[in-house]
Write a protein that binds this ligand. Structure first.
Ligand code: BDR
Ligand code: CA
Length: 397
């Protein structure tokens, strides 16, 4: 399949995806009830370590609620050779070499790779050094590992993507029935309030917007944990000292990475202290009370020369296109569809030079994601630092 066919087939996937019943408003996608007899949630973490991915992996592997069926590395913050090696390093530090790890392709679906050493250092761990990993990746591509795990446990597996969506989209394209077998997706990615790599786009979506579009069109219940909340979650000297004071390999490893990135961001001249992006998505899946979620229809800009990767969100309660069906009827304040017309979803206006070539369309509003709009930062750090520093911290009720 060439690249043109690859993208064309993604529209077919979007049309052919299974319709889903809506999921509970209060829980992140895939987190209602456990999916194993031991009460754990089966998850696959798709990741591009990256300092924050590395800490997120250690956090997830220190959380007994999770049954991590696989870790799949994707090209993103650094090239795949580095993100794969760092994924393997993290399973070694956590003593979890039982978890299969696989690597994805060198490039996004149709674009050249873009990397972020300015935030993560050339080794992805802000210069923190660990020995080369001894454990080997499994002998199959990441997308194949995702497919095989999901097919082994249909309806039970939640995907936790904390990098670009290349591996997940590749799996969905290869296996159109797969979307209907995935319990949910809880991602770090996107933003409703501007980007961090361009004014429009958040890094994970920017790197592979075509893949992200396939994911948002898949019909899989999605929780989007974007910059709107993650930008408020920053690492401090006090957090680092607590990690360094822990006696477990995880606490020591996390402390070493955290210390390195604190220093690296200072030397790089960043105004902010290091942001813990990916950890918030993992924490959200563990603790449904951490974030405030709102329904949105999210689509991804793929054609803009300066906006590719923007996540555009339509809300039934925000924005100007909010209407009552009968303007003369008494206003109840209710968003009951009997009285209230949700916004139309529309694309850009068609070109006068190439009629029919535009993505212009309108369709009825139907949310495809729950988007995080607020975060309890202290609650997050109690769980995150507690787990990494080796304390038996339970989820607060
Ligand atoms: C995301 O991009 C990466 O740099 C981080 O690991 C995170 O997943 C934040 O935009
Ligand atoms: Ca990441």
């Amino acid at each position: 399949m060439n690249r043109r066919q690859f993208v064309a087939s993604s529209s077919a996937l979007a049309i052919g995806s299974l319709a889903r019943s809506s999921w509970s408003r209060d829980s992140p996608a895939g987190a209602q009830g456990s999916s194993t007899s031991s009460g754990q949630h089966r998850v696959i973490i798709d990741t591009d370590p990256g300092y924050d991915d590395a800490l997120a992996l250690l956090f997830a592997m220190s959380s007994p609620e999770l049954k991590i069926e696989a870790i799949t590395a994707v090209s993103g913050n650094l090239p795949i050779e580095i993100t794969l090696a760092n994924s393997l390093r993290m399973v070694e530090i956590a003593g979890r070499t039982d978890i299969p790890v696989a690597g994805g392709p060198k490039t996004p679906l149709v674009r050249q790779g873009i990397f972020a050493p300015e935030g993560h250092g050339d080794n992805g761990l802000a210069g923190a050094e660990f020995p080369p990993p001894k454990v080997k990746p499994v002998d199959m591509p990441a997308a194949e590992l995702i497919r095989s795990v999901v097919r082994k446990y249909p309806g039970e597996v939640t995907l936790l993507p904390i990098g670009p969506h290349t591996n997940i989209a590749t799996a969905l394209l290869a296996d159109p029935a797969l979307a209907g077998m995935i319990r949910g997706i809880c991602m770090m990615g996107g933003s409703l309030s501007g980007g961090n790599i361009t004014p429009a786009a958040e890094f994970n979506i920017y790197v592979d917007p075509e893949a992200a579009r396939i994911v948002f069109h898949s019909g899989i219940p999605i929780t989007m944990v974007g910059l709107d909340v993650t930008n408020r979650v920053v690492l401090t000297e006090e957090h680092v000292r607590t990690l360094e004071a822990g006696h477990t390999p995880v606490s020591q490893g996390a402390g070493k990475i955290a210390r390195a990135v604190l220093e690296y961001w200072r030397k790089q001249g960043f105004v902010s202290k290091p942001i813990l992006f990916d950890e918030v998505a993992v924490a959200e899946f563990l603790d449904p009370k951490l974030l405030t979620l709102e329904d949105y229809y999210i689509d991804v800009e793929t054609s803009g020369d300066i906006t590719a990767g923007e996540t555009v969100g339509y809300s039934p309660i925000h924005g100007e296109d909010q209407r009552w069906l009968n303007p003369e009827a008494p206003r109840t304040g209710s968003r009951d569809p009997a009285y209230y017309r949700p916004p139309d979803i529309r694309g850009s206006a068609p070109s006068i030079y190439r009629p029919g070539s535009s993505s212009f369309f309108t369709k009825t509003y139907k949310p495809n994601a729950k988007v995080a709009v607020d975060v309890d930062v202290e609650r997050f750090f109690r769980l995150f630092i507690g787990r990494l520093s080796g304390k038996q911290v339970a989820i607060e009720v």
